[in-house]
Write a protein that binds this ligand. Sequence first.
Ligand SMILES: Cc1ncc(COP(=O)(O)O)c(C=O)c1O
Length: 407
Amino acid sequence: MDDIYIDLAKKYGTPLYAYNLNMIKTQIENFLKYFKSDLFDTEISYASKALSIKEIIKVVKSYNLSLDVVSLGECYTAIEAGFNPKNIYFHGNNKTIEEIDYLLKNNVGCVVVDSLDDLANIDMEAKKLKKGINVLVRLNLGIDAHTHKYINTSYIDSKFGIIYKCDEFYSIMDLLYKSKNLKFIGFHSHIGSQIFDLKAYESEIDKFIDVIKDYKEKLVINLGGGFGCRYTLEDSPAPIPVVMKNIITYTENKLKENDLEIAKLMIEPGRSIVCEAGSTIYTIGNIKKTPNRLYYFVDGGMADNIRPALYQAKYEAFIPGAEGKEEVTIAGKCCESGDILIDKVKLPLAKKGDLLVVRSTGAYGYSMASNYNKLLKPAVVFYDLENHTDKLVVERETLKHLLDGEK
Ligand SMILES: Cc1ncc(COP(=O)(O)O)c(C=O)c1O
């Protein structure tokens, strides 16, 4: 298994984002198999912010998933990859007029509204362009999903969503029902990310049950994403089949208990589709001993993976073909003391030129990558262990890319 990393590094260089396509497909198949009900329709929308490149969009499309986008750029990427705009859900707390016009002109299927201002802009542009569009209203259900505050989206003063039955909520519904161009189809919420406690989704469903009691029409209910992944051995997320079965059974029971019906139940997984399938392959450069630490410096860092610096995300690493017990710190090459990819990890004594692989970097790694310190963004490769193939899906940046747009 480790040979694949050695082969890919030889062929494409490092740092390199390497995705196991078979794992991505298995994960999608698990979602599709277990997120199903006899009582209501179900729909899975891939949250493309986790990894928004044409290749993953094509994979998602081949399974007939729908797509969550949150910007002009993500929407453009999807459309360029041949994704049917009808199956796109366009999110965002501050959509620009340019974004709204783009999504309307391209016949995007649904827009997720986050405030009255947002809705007023969409209504105004839809009228002007004589376009119709479906609307989901994003609610802040006030659920504490016990995750890091930067990935918890459902606390009381969150910038996302509308509190049910607050003044602004009523104004939104008023405008929606009056609008000739917009069609209200239901509610959305996303309670946070890297959620392990299935009770958090049960609380979310309970809140939605209370909401839908107030409506005569059968609504679409979108529970958002956030299904936990395994970054390190300390993480023990329930397997997707268990999580999906739990959500479906819980929803079915609650609907029956309350004699309610919904049109459709949706989820929006992002990281759980791509996280564990992705690894970053680095080359170890300089090695340094300080009084209390042994540092391995790698040829990337916070520019290709900002998550440790941004929200103390934890990762595991290994040196292909070797095991060891040295406690080391993996640091990147950026000029920031916070550029530590892994604070403490047990590895063999390494030497300059050894490869080092950081696991589970598939979500929000490439998509949050920057050119800080004018580092070049790594290439992205998808490999298929069943068919013994690999494919370069994003080229490594060159120095020329760095000056694109500079006068
Ligand atoms: C609205 C919405 N849906 C889905 C997701 C995907 O979350 P995750 O990647 O944790 O599954 C996010 C993540 O930020 C989100 O904001």
